[in-house]
Design a protein around this ligand. Structure first.
Ligand code: BGC
Length: 794
């Protein structure tokens, strides 16, 4: 092919794939179902939606005391969740902000509420389809007459502002997206001019520019995020003071976007260099002495608390007293400042947190926050080791990161905590930020990946005694013994899902099915395993509970609550026929502009990891499986299938992989999903070093690794004979989802077996190990449990 023709071909292919990515992933439109669902789940989700809301500012305007006027069309057209795979649940019902307030008999200016309701009904929101959703809605033109009449009835106004968030679409620094629109600014200033007290309610999926909250006329601001199907009831609970706000920001809110350490280093077409290195979010602001608008872990309450903290043996003990006039819950955070040599460290790093129960006025609670030595380590890429540096470790207890107070310190001798080997290091050199305000070059890769791959090759399995999958389930045979009996066709089939989304082998509307995708596999007892999105509920054609978005859940800082929420989802999965929830999503909030932040938790890996582990434990406690995603660094939506996340090995391990590490070690998920993007030059679904090296090798993950939906075709640079699926399997990524690839073909693409038996090709041992890893994960699924129960009852 001539160069020009080749270029043209690639351009056309990219346009096609972009279209196919979007088309195929859009399984359904969002609608409301008809059922009320389980009242206990509804109550739990209402509590969660309230407890993850953050009171940003309050001069006493909140809770509302008397009659109030409610402005902003989002009161009726509330945003309940983000769009895309992580939000498009056919929700059972949804309670708007207005409906929630009416349910609570709130003293609203009724003519104003009725006007908004009528206007929003007459101006429905157009559904523009996948990746094109409206990010904000046009406001109702407000007549001077209606404004004045409302102000004559009430002296307090509440203005609701909203923003959509969604997959495959980035935030932009524009009015109606990250910034306010002219209409919104005008609405705020007119309302502020007419009312004595003004509160703002923010119904957003991602953080927006909040600098307007510095205006004195705005007395209070409540960030309710997108709270799922119970959003409106939860909002009413908070505005009316039935629940005292107890959420804390899981991110830093900057005064100006330009203040963010990733400004200028985000949004690249081909790649992003993670210039901020280890100084993600508050690590940057605290180290460089910069004051953000609202710091990490900021959040007010209607009551007040006192804290007494003391350093104990391997822990910090904190006594919290409710010193105010109403009941409330308090979050306590623990930060460390590690010694800064030889490897420099940020001024603050979160290493613990807890949340009290509901404390009545005057009541107190003692919390114990354990200190884990692993959280005191730095990753020294020069030594390829996790190291406890010698020197003083200062501990700070808060509140938010800025006001956390030093409560003591201890000293450690230098020691290697864990010796690793270089994995996933950058292949090109670029500068990253250092503490003195200068830059240094990242340490580039020196590992010989080809040799590491060769060392990892397993021998073929010896054919043992004949067994069925039922024998594996009852412990009479191992998954490897069973895998040794599979023929080539079966080894190929098990390494990919059924060909399409909404597979006929699973519940209607599923994201895909893996496992028993061939009749011969099913005959041997391997069940089809049904996968559904996640994280905001179960995405099927049947209706399901719609959860609050991930960021809201993270702002609750409540491990137990998240475990409970996902346990409830797990119970629903069994009823609806889902075996694996494609959740939690735990890439970091590297930049406030990532369109998919709403699904993710935080800029902090410790908080993210602990909460994601809780979500996994919750789902799996119900007897179904979780599949954390996207491993790793999928923190930009724009050009996500091609973009290369370039970062130092230290930032990768200490920040971006750390959340996954905690989630894997503590949650023990049965499945894990790779991401679309490249990490230091290698697509995550071909990343031998990340998957075989770190995930399995260092963290001991023993589950099944699947791709994100479809993957980029590529040839293995170390073994050019290995193409696409063979390359993937050598990297340790077990299953291609869904199995038909972008083209939705209904037969294997042939790339897995093409090189079998050839020099440098895929080996039988690899195919069998791949099958054994998948089968042992399948053995833990609800699908397998059901199959076994069926057998036993025959
Ligand atoms: C998303 C995943 C999702 C999958 C299946 C992809 O577009 O990135 O998070 O689980 O689709 O719907």
């Amino acid at each position: 092919m001539g160069k020009l023709r080749q270029k043209l071909f690639y351009m056309m292919a990219r346009i096609y794939f972009k279209f196919a990515d979007n088309k195929l992933a859009q399984a359904q439109n969002v609608q409301d179902g008809a059922e009320a669902g389980d009242p206990a789940t509804a109550a739990l989700l209402r509590r969660a939606a309230a407890e993850g809301a953050v009171l940003l500012k309050n001069d006493g305007t909140l809770p509302l005391k008397g009659k109030f006027a409610l402005f902003g069309r989002v009161q009726a057209d509330t945003f309940y969740a983000g769009y895309g795979s992580g939000g498009d649940v056919r929700r059972r019902y949804a309670v708007s902000i207005l409906k929630g307030l009416r349910n609570a008999n709130a003293p609203l200016v009724s003519a104003l509420a009725a006007a908004y309701e009528a206007w929003s009904a007459a101006h429905p929101i157009a559904d523009k389809g996948w990746g094109a959703w409206q990010r904000s809605y046009p406001e109702m033109p407000l007549s001077e007459e209606l404004l004045r009449a409302s102000a004559a009835e009430a002296d307090t106004a509440v203005v609701v502002l909203g923003r959509a968030a969604g997959e495959d679409r980035e935030n932009e620094l524009k009015g109606g997206i990250y910034c306010l629109t002219r209409e919104e600014e005008e609405l705020l200033s007119r309302v502020a001019g007419a009312f004595r007290r003004v509160a703002v309610v923010l119904n957003v999926g991602n953080l927006i520019d909040l600098s307007f909250l510095e205006e004195e006329q705005i007395g209070a601001a409540l960030l309710i995020w997108q709270g799922g199907m119970e959003a409106g009831n939860a909002c009413a609970d908070l505005l009316l003071g039935k629940v005292s706000p107890c959420g804390r920001l899981s991110d830093t809110a900057v005064r100006r976007y330009a203040d963010h350490p990733t400004a200028g280093h985000f949004g690249g077409v081909k790649y992003n260099e993670y210039f901020e290195d280890i100084y993600v979010g508050y690590r940057y602001f605290s180290t460089f002495g910069k004051m953000p608008l609202f710091p990490f872990a900021h959040g007010l309450s209607y009551t007040s608390f006192s804290r007494e903290a003391a350093l104990g043996e391997g822990c910090v003990r904190v006594k919290v007293i409710n010193t105010g006039a109403c009941a409330g819950r308090e979050v306590v955070t623990l930060f460390v400042k590690k010694p800064s040599a030889p490897v420099e460290t940020p001024a603050r790093e979160l290493i613990g947190f807890c949340k009290t129960g509901l404390l009545a006025p005057g009541a107190c609670e003692a919390c114990v926050i354990p200190i884990d030595e692993r959280d005191l380590c730095v990753y020294d890429s020069a030594r390829s080791a996790w190291v406890i540096q010698g020197g003083e470790y200062e501990l700070y207890v808060g509140g938010d990161v800025c006001s956390a107070e030093k409560i003591g310190s201890f000293v450690r001798e230098e020691r290697i905590f864990e010796q690793c080997s270089e994995q996933g290091a950058p292949r090109v050199c670029f500068p990253v930020l250092t503490q003195n305000g200068g830059t240094m070059s990242v340490r580039t890769a020196s590992q010989d990946v080809r040799s590491a791959m060769l060392r990892d090759l397993p021998a073929p399995l010896a054919a043992g005694e004949a067994c069925t999958f039922e024998d594996v389930l009852s412990g009479r045979a191992s998954a490897a013994q069973f895998a040794a009996q599979l023929n080539q066709e079966e080894l190929e089939a098990i390494s990919r899902g059924d060909y399409t989304m909404n597979s006929p082998l699973g519940a209607s509307g599923n994201a895909g099915v893996l496992g028993g995708v061939l009749p011969s596999l099913r005959e041997k007892g391997v069940p089809p395993v049904t996968l559904t999105d996640g994280p905001s509920g179960i995405r099927l054609h049947a209706s399901a509970s719609l959860l609050p978005i991930g960021t809201l859940l993270a702002c609750s800082f409540d491990v137990r609550l998240i475990e409970e929420v996902y346990r409830a989802v797990g119970e629903e999965m069994k009823v609806l026929g889902s075996d694996v929830l494609l959740a939690p999503a735990l890439d970091l909030h590297r930049s406030p502009l990532c369109g998919r932040n709403f699904e993710y938790y935080s800029e902090d890996p410790y908080l993210t990891g602990k909460l994601a582990a809780a979500a996994v434990r919750g789902v799996q406690a119900a007897g179904v499986s979780a599949c954390p995603k996207h491993f790793a660094c999928n923190d930009q939506e724009f050009n996500r299938n091609y973009n290369d996340s370039r970062l130092s090995e230290r930032a990768l391990r200490e920040l971006h992989l750390r959340a996954f590490e905690i989630c894997v070690r503590e949650g023990k998920p049965h499945f894990l999903m790779t991401s679309y993007n490249k990490v230091n030059g290698v697509w995550a679904h071909y990343h031998f070093e990340l998957v075989r090296g770190i995930l399995r090798g260092e963290w001991g993950f023993d589950g099944c690794v699947i791709t994100d939906w479809y993957m980029r075709p590529a040839r293995c640079p170390e073994f050019p004979r290995l193409k696409v699926n063979a390359y993937r399997v050598r990297a340790g990524v077990n299953v291609l989802m869904p199995g038909g690839g972008y083209l939705g073909r209904r037969k294997p693409d042939g790339t897995l077996l093409a090189s079998l038996g050839k020099k440098g090709g895929i080996t039988l041992g690899e195919l069998q190990r791949n099958a054994a890893e998948i089968l042992s994960a399948i053995a833990k699924t609800h699908a397998a449990q059901k199959a076994q129960n069926l057998q036993e009852n025959l």
